[in-house]
Design a protein around this ligand. Structure first.
Ligand SMILES: Cc1cc2nc3c(=O)[nH]c(=O)nc-3n(C[C@H](O)[C@H](O)[C@H](O)COP(=O)(O)O)c2cc1C
Length: 307
């Protein structure tokens, strides 16, 4: 049997496959559909200091090759998350790892959420969301080198837990942002969040999405995600969680060969909730057939010499 285990962020991972933030709620919603504790882990829906009610409808729409969403980081807020959501994660996920996705309007808010959760049980670490395109200030830190450096340094002081920064694809050079995260104490990178996009209802001559624009996800963004993962890998030695358009084990393996140690699946879950288990099995079969442990495949893409 192939060896899919890896030691990352100070812990053992039984599988490289996680469910992406915003597409699996806080875990409990998903547990009836698949054996959650058998996959690599989950990243929770974003948690902010205060509850957020999100954007006006419509919040989602299908596009060719994926979907567009402008949920607007709707969530129950820090206090209710600790009271109502975290206990389930603590009691039910033993082998699957939990990362809590964190958002804030300001550095202080990010810090308050991280500090407020730090002493609680039931999760491994944080995924810092500086890359949400569908709220006004969602990419403020993710597109500002100085702001990102300050934020990561502050959060590093606030917690000793794994700190993963989720990067936006919407910058000229993702490598710069990857390096900034590493230099300021992050433990890992998630590449990538959604791309900003817009759909127009030509009959009504109005935007389809209530927020006017939203984030594009799904198979359409796979090549960009693979490329940006590869670019981030070249600029930083931090472990990477590859995300964007994954719906098969071949898709996941592309991210792994590009440099991702772990992968996350989002939009594809809405088509087939069992896709994460199928991707895990497919990666396992690939490792078995090639007699290669998973960790040896990470970053293993062979780039031909060019004159
Ligand atoms: C409905 C929806 C909600 C999302 N909510 C969040 C969120 O709260 N925080 C976050 O960092 N990313 C969020 N994302 C982005 C995903 O985690 C992921 O980065 C993106 O969708 C690309 O992966 P995919 O193509 O597999 O969906 C959301 C995506 C979707 C489709």
């Amino acid at each position: 049997m192939a060896d899919l285990t890896q030691r990352l962020f100070g812990t053992q991972w039984q599988s490289p496959v996680l469910l992406a933030s915003g597409t699996c709620g806080y875990g409990e919603e998903y547990a009836e559909l698949i054996p959650l504790d058998e996959i690599g882990g989950i990243v929770t829906k974003a948690v902010s200091l205060e509850p957020r009610s999100g954007n006006p409808p419509h919040r989602v729409s299908e596009t060719p090759g994926g979907m567009i969403n402008a949920i607007g980081l709707q969530n129950v807020g820090l206090a209710a998350f600790i009271r109502e959501k975290l206990p389930w994660l603590r009691d039910n996920l033993v082998r699957a790892r939990v990362l809590i996705n964190v958002v804030g309007h300001t550095e202080d808010e990010f810090e308050a959420v991280v500090a407020g959760l730090d002493g609680e049980d039931g999760f491994l670490g944080f995924e810092i969301n500086v890359s949400c395109p569908n709220v006004k200030d969602g990419t403020l830190f993710g597109t500002d080198p100085a702001g990102l450096a300050g934020l990561v340094a502050t959060l590093r002081r606030a917690t000793a837990r794994p700190l993963v920064v989720k990067l936006t694809p919407n910058v000229p050079d993702i490598g710069l942002y990857a390096r900034i995260c590493e230099e300021n104490g992050a433990d890992g990178l998630s590449t990538i969040n959604t791309f900003p996009g817009m759909l127009i209802d030509v009959g009504k001559r109005r935007p389809v999405i209530g927020n006017v624009s939203g984030g594009v996800s799904g198979p359409a963004i796979l090549p960009m995600g693979v490329y940006l993962t590869w670019r981030a890998r070249q600029s930083s030695s931090l472990p990477i969680l590859g995300i964007g358009g994954i719906r098969s084990s071949d898709d996941a393996l592309q991210y792994i060969l590009a440099g991702a140690s772990l992968v996350q699946i989002g939009t594809a879950l809405f088509v087939d909730p069992e896709v994460a288990v199928a991707v895990h099995r497919g990666v396992e079969a690939y490792c078995t057939e090639s007699e290669t442990p998973l960790r040896e495949l990470v970053g293993g893409v062979q780039i031909p010499d060019r004159d």
